[in-house]
Design a protein. Structure first.
Length: 179
């Protein structure tokens, strides 16, 4: 049986216990996983090929988040920028190197300054879904507005990261940071 079927069974059990659960919350992390791959299509890392593993497109997750499994499921047989995707879970800030995207879980609030300092001038796309993380330096941050997943971009930090981000991405995002 599929993983989605089990998610719906768990949701049904939770509903029967009187708790709130919706199909939307089940799909939220799959949608965010898809967005992360789409972001990569609007960013040019070509000037930084020496900073990356040439064999894989690497997405790392620091901390605990349901998005980790969603990313693993979503990119099991997919490619980003013509490379197979490797999903890595890391617990130590010193392991942040030679990656393309770093998802920062909300449980990293105490370490956020250190993470930002470690990634600030590197061509690493940092992404999170924790309230306020964009204002502290995360490049792209998801938020929910009227039951819709949206994202904000910290333009100042994108420029410091020396990433070439397509202007189309800016057009559909809320811009934070100094403009």
């Amino acid at each position: 049986m599929s993983r989605t079927f089990y998610k719906y069974i768990v949701c049904l059990i939770v509903l029967l216990q009187g708790m709130v659960c919706s199909a939307q919350s089940i799909d939220e992390y799959q949608m965010k996983a898809g967005y992360i791959g789409k972001f990569a299509n609007y960013i040019d890392w070509s000037g930084h090929s020496e900073d990356y593993n040439s064999e894989f497109f690497i997405i790392s997750i620091i901390g605990n988040s349901p998005i980790e499994q969603a990313l693993r499921d979503f990119y099991m047989n997919q490619k980003i920028n013509d490379k197979p995707v490797k999903i890595l879970s890391i617990n130590d800030i010193t392991l942040i190197s030679k990656i393309n995207i770093l998802f920062i879980a909300p449980d990293n609030e105490q370490n956020l300054d250190q993470i930002i300092r470690k990634t600030e001038f590197k061509p690493i796309l940092t992404v999170s879904d924790a309230s306020g993380f964009s204002q502290y330096g995360v490049l792209i941050n998801f938020y929910i507005d009227n039951n819709t997943i949206r994202f904000e971009i910290n333009k100042t930090m994108v420029e410091k990261a020396d990433l070439e981000m397509n202007s189309l991405l800016y057009r559909v995002a809320k811009i934070t940071g100094n403009e």
